[in-house]
Write a protein that binds this ligand. Structure first.
Ligand code: CA
Length: 228
């Protein structure tokens, strides 16, 4: 059975989750602060993480950021308040999904199943290295190079570029990008997509005098390789 690590400082919630998830047949481990949670995640390599954002020692955001350097374990964040900026930051740090407390346990269980399934499916696909002109994107190492130079991208920037490059010379809508990169249930502002396209232009197009991220009016975006 998949192993799930719960990092949650509210012991009442942690115990409740532990009980419910054990009942579902998962193997469960709990940690009550960010630092011991990060240690447990690193040492025991669970199959999925349930990560509270407001944690002592090390915040959930920071746990997520540090973990993502070396692991693609699915992470479902728990947020205490309906704080959009926290969610966006968490997702940007590489969390896969989030739930706002209080939540229905059935919904969390459903999301756990989806996250595990998605992760398994992704693990089975051969990670194809994509190239366009002088740009190379390697999904396994999360590396992007332009003319042989490493370009440092955040996880979400990387995912956006990955999706665009997979659909090279095809227009993709903002909704497609939102679904693909931020998740089926992310009801964020679709301006988020525009913001990320600006980041990508700033990191890929401008410094290397390329034109790759094209705006398609009233549709979305299209990736094609052009040198200026
Ligand atoms: Ca908390």
């Amino acid at each position: 059975m998949p192993r799930i690590l719960i990092i949650e400082d509210e012991k009442r919630i942690a115990r409740f989750l532990e009980l419910e998830l054990t009942h579902e047949g998962y193997e469960v481990e709990t940690a009550f602060d960010g630092r011991s949670g990060l240690d447990a995640a690193t040492e025991h390599e669970p199959d999925l993480l349930i990560l509270d954002l407001m944690l002592p020692q090390l915040s959930g955001i920071e746990v997520c950021r540090r973990l993502r350097v070396k692991s693609d374990v699915p992470i479902i964040m728990l947020t205490a308040k309906d704080d959009v900026s926290d969610k966006v930051m968490g997702l940007d740090m590489g969390a896969d999904d989030y739930m706002t407390k209080p939540f229905a346990i059935e919904e969390l269980l459903a999301r756990i199943r989806v996250a595990l399934k998605k992760h398994r499916a992704a693990a089975q696909l051969p990670a194809e290295i994509l190239t366009a002109g002088c740009i190379t994107l390697d999904p396994t190492s999360w590396q992007v190079t332009v003319r042989g130079e490493n370009v440092s991208l955040t996880r979400k920037e990387f995912d956006c570029l990955h999706y665009l490059m997979k659909n090279i010379n095809k227009a993709v809508t903002r909704d497609q990008l939102m679904n693909e990169v931020w998740g089926y249930d992310y009801y964020g502002d679709s301006n988020t997509v525009d913001v990320y396209m600006r980041y990508l232009r700033h990191k890929i197009d401008e410094p290397y005098h390329l034109k790759t991220i094209h705006t398609i009016r009233s549709v979305g975006y299209l990736f094609s390789y052009e040198e200026e």
